[in-house]
Design a protein around this ligand. Structure first.
Ligand SMILES: NC(=O)c1ccc[n+]([C@@H]2O[C@H](COP(=O)([O-])OP(=O)(O)OC[C@H]3O[C@@H](n4cnc5c(N)ncnc54)[C@H](OP(=O)(O)O)[C@@H]3O)[C@@H](O)[C@H]2O)c1
Length: 232
């Protein structure tokens, strides 16, 4: 059976992705602190930033997953508003642990089990290829994800495993709403920055992830899924 292993499927883009893969006939294994509210999803409660995260991941995956066609989606992340002028070192390390080191730990645990047809999909951001002010740590971590994806493509040449980085635009999730302080005016202004004058839905990103995961012609690619951004 085809399997999706995903991080951060308790809500937002991750939850939509987990449901989309369930509907497509996949077994779905999720790692996040809280559970995804859908009985079809196998939840494992893990804080991916802790010292014992790697051993916990390995223990679960060794016990519950055989070799096969595995799609691995690195989705869990956090964001914050900070600047090169004031970013706290520990906070940056914490974000790198979740947004960059956790994908590395899962790659180590799973590549050995991945048969041809498997895929590793990284979730980047519009801020994987550009920066805006006061998103220093997040921009740094999301650029790192692109480097990791490109290195993954090169190192896995000939294995039949492909990789891509899906970069969502402003998507209607808790992360975005918290980021703008739940201010409807800011949300509306953000929506108007898309050429469709609306936010992306989590389901649209989920469909993009499924497409990339099932089509190896998309290998080493960065795909922007943002409805087109209005340039000023
Ligand atoms: N929303 C946007 O506009 C947007 C735009 C560009 C890129 N993205 C990217 O899309 C991805 C999903 O974002 P989202 O908006 O869906 O975010 P979200 O709604 O905040 O969900 C984040 C997920 O990450 C999990 N998570 C957070 N900290 C964790 C930890 N320490 N250990 C384990 N899991 C943890 C959360 O689960 P628990 O809280 O249960 O642990 C949750 O399931 C992220 O990579 C984000 O950078 C989002």
């Amino acid at each position: 059976m085809k399997t999706l292993v995903i991080t951060g499927a308790s809500k937002g883009i991750g939850f939509a992705t987990a449901k989309t893969f369930c509907d497509a006939g996949y077994r779905v294994i999720n790692f996040s602190r809280s559970a995804a509210p859908d009985d079809r999803i196998e939840n494992h409660s893990i804080d991916l930033t802790t010292e014992d995260a790697e051993s916990n991941l390995n223990e679960v995956l060794d016990q519950s997953l055989e070799s096969g066609e595995i799609k691995l989606v690195h989705n869990a992340a956090s964001s914050t508003n900070d600047s090169v002028k004031d970013a706290d070192t520990q906070a940056l390390k914490h974000m790198i642990n979740l947004n960059v080191i956790a994908p590395h730990m899962l790659n180590r645990a799973l590549i050995k089990k991945m048969q041809p047809g498997s895929a590793i999909i990284y979730i980047g951001s519009t801020l994987s290829e550009k920066a805006v002010a006061n998103t220093y740590s997040y921009v740094t971590s999301k650029h790192a994800i692109v480097g990791m994806m490109r290195a993954t493509c090169q190192d896995l040449a000939g294995t039949g495993i492909h990789t891509a980085c899906i970069c969502p635009g402003f998507t209607d999730t808790e992360m975005l709403r918290e980021h703008v302080g739940h201010d409807p005016k800011i949300l509306s202004s953000i929506a108007s920055a898309s050429t469709f004058n609306r936010l992306v839905t989590p389901e649209e990103i989920a469909d993009s992830i499924l497409f990339a995961a099932e089509n190896p012609v998309i290998n080493g690619a960065i795909i922007h899924a943002n409805l087109g951004q209005v340039e000023v």
